[in-house]
Write a protein that binds this ligand. Structure first.
Ligand SMILES: [Zn+2]
Ligand SMILES: [Zn+2]
Length: 322
């Protein structure tokens, strides 16, 4: 029931304005992929150490099909650590072996079963989304492969109806016969999955800046970024965009080669990331770094994430809190 609008505010107007601003999320919401080496809670420690607002993890060894069952105690510890750390969002990324578009039935069935395991593990860890690549067409005609990928993802979602965790289909660079470099392909997959009853709310999209750039979608100047996002909206729907992978690209626009680079050090460049983090249509969507963590000597260090997060934060224009 609405309260009387004539009632005098209990607190002075200035204070009332400031309170929701203090509670509103940081802008931009930025974090990174972190390793679970040493245990799931280590990833949260790494996120805190580098100053992440959000976190992406693998929930298993991504280069193997077999996976040991998740220890419920470890999962509970991870959920508690995420809560204590105040992370805004945690997402998982699936195994690179999974190919729901595969022409070979054995591989495809294994992929669907693999996606089910990914969703079950994410759910146990309190992770709402699993980022998944749509797979590779191989020798199949494109439309056949797109339908097969969508139906494979839908099958995994349908087999896990009791779960809240869902799939984010990731835009890809289109290396080889990989699907998902064209927004229209992802749109077609979503349409097919949405056609199955009760799955729509469990499927969204993750836009990878390096991948879309390598696939041929420019991210700067402003008019080009606007057009790329207009096309994304027309062919996929910006309402389906849940997460962004923030990666610069070692390779050129349209190269279809996927090589991540530190923010501002690649072919996308600092100015484009400035446009991205301030774009009104992308506001509030968390950005996850998947940029190299090695220093000049090739040693893994948290310093690289700190630098990249700092670049993104400094590019964000203050004000206009949501
Ligand atoms: Zn990515
Ligand atoms: Zn990539």
């Amino acid at each position: 029931m609405p309260r009387s609008s004539t009632r005098k505010p209990a607190v002075p107007p200035r204070r009332r304005r400031r309170t929701p601003a203090a509670a509103s999320p940081p802008h931009p919401i930025v974090g990174a992929h972190q390793s679970i080496a040493g245990g799931f809670t280590k990833a949260v420690e790494r996120a805190l150490e580098t100053g992440c607002d959000c976190l992406q993890v693998f929930t298993r060894n991504i280069n193997r099909w077999d996976v040991a069952p998740l220890d419920p105690e470890q999962a509970a510890d991870f959920r508690a650590a995420v809560k204590a750390a105040g992370l805004r969002m945690v997402i998982a990324h699936d195994s690179y072996l999974i190919n729901p578009a595969a022409a070979d039935d054995t591989l495809r069935n294994k992929s669907i079963a693999g996606l089910v395991v990914e969703l079950e593990r994410a759910e146990a860890l309190g992770i709402p989304w699993v980022v998944a690549h749509p797979g590779a067409a191989g020798e199949q005609p494109l439309d056949v492969a797109v339908a097969r990928a969508a139906d494979g993802i839908a099958a995994a979602l349908a087999a896990t109806r009791r779960l809240a965790a869902g799939v984010l289909i990731e835009t890809t660079a289109g290396q080889g016969t990989c699907l998902g470099a064209d927004f229209g392909e992802i749109g077609a997959m979503l349409a097919r999955i949405d056609a199955a009853p009760g799955l729509r709310h469990r499927v969204g999209v993750c836009l990878d800046t390096c991948h879309v750039f390598a696939a041929g979608y420019p991210l700067a100047p402003q008019a080009a970024l606007d057009e790329t996002l207009r096309r994304f909206d027309a062919e996929i729907g910006l309402d389906r965009l849940v997460a962004i992978h923030a990666n610069d690209s070692k390779k050129d626009l349209g190269s279809r080669v996927d090589r991540h680079e530190a923010i501002g050090k690649g072919k996308i460049g600092r100015a484009a990331f400035g446009l991205l983090v301030n774009h009104p249509r992308l506001r509030g969507i968390p950005l996850f770094l998947e940029t190299p963590k090695e220093d000049a000597q090739g040693v893994m260090t948290p310093a690289q994430d700190r630098v990249n997060l700092g670049v993104l934060r400094r590019l964000a224009k203050p004000g206009r809190s949501a």
